[in-house]
Design a protein. Structure first.
Length: 201
């Protein structure tokens, strides 16, 4: 065996090794960065909604909600080359504007709750109070800043359920769908190229 056989080989541009490398390199740029920040932000929101009871300080809930949005904004900006992530970020940004402009929680009007079939909850709520199991605060539209960005949309399902949401929520869902679709596509392309995709960091 010749010593020269251990020397690295150069492959022509059209070779299979070159094609595999070309397929992997673009995928490397599409990995989510700071994935742990997104997870932590999600957990903060869950705790603000379900972990803090009705007797918890109002400021604590607001700090958790606003802080989680700031963390998500940082993570979105760090991943801005990913297709769909900026649309997701736009939705988060609109929600953040509505929340920050109204004291730290997302306003929902009594009329919107009635339209969603949640009139029964209004009996135990006063204007300006936190709506349990949500990030919402009960406010009439005439006392709400940037009300078109708040929870003014209602979906009523054929099975009797309902959901109140904002235009920002719509953009978040669309952006999340596009982001996941692109990540799946690039991970599939990376696997076909012969290299396992990297995990979030």
């Amino acid at each position: 065996m010749h010593i020269g056989s251990f020397a690295p080989r150069s492959y022509p541009k059209g070779s299979e090794d070159h094609k595999a490398q070309a397929a992997v390199q673009p995928a490397a740029a599409w990995n989510l960065r700071h994935g742990w920040v997104m997870i932590l932000a999600f957990l903060l929101q869950v705790y603000a909604v379900y972990g803090l009871g009705a007797q918890a300080p109002e400021l604590a809930r607001k700090v958790l909600v606003v802080g989680s949005y700031l963390m998500l904004g940082f993570a979105v900006w760090s991943n801005r080359p990913v297709r769909g992530i900026l649309l997701l970020g736009l939705g988060l940004g609109l929600n953040f504007l509505a929340i920050a402009s109204n004291g730290g929680l997302m306003p929902v009007a009594p009329d919107t709750m009635v339209l969603a079939g949640k009139a029964g909850q209004l009996d135990s709520l006063g204007i300006g109070q936190w709506v349990p199991s949500s990030k919402d605060v009960l406010l009439p539209l005439d006392r709400t800043a940037l009300w078109p960005l708040t929870d003014v949309l209602v979906y009523r399902s054929a099975f009797g359920g309902s959901r109140i949401y904002s235009i920002g929520d719509v953009l978040v869902v669309l952006g999340l769908f596009l982001t996941c679709a692109d990540l799946i596509r690039t991970k599939t392309g990376s696997a076909k190229g012969g290299q396992a995709p990297r995990t979030c960091h």
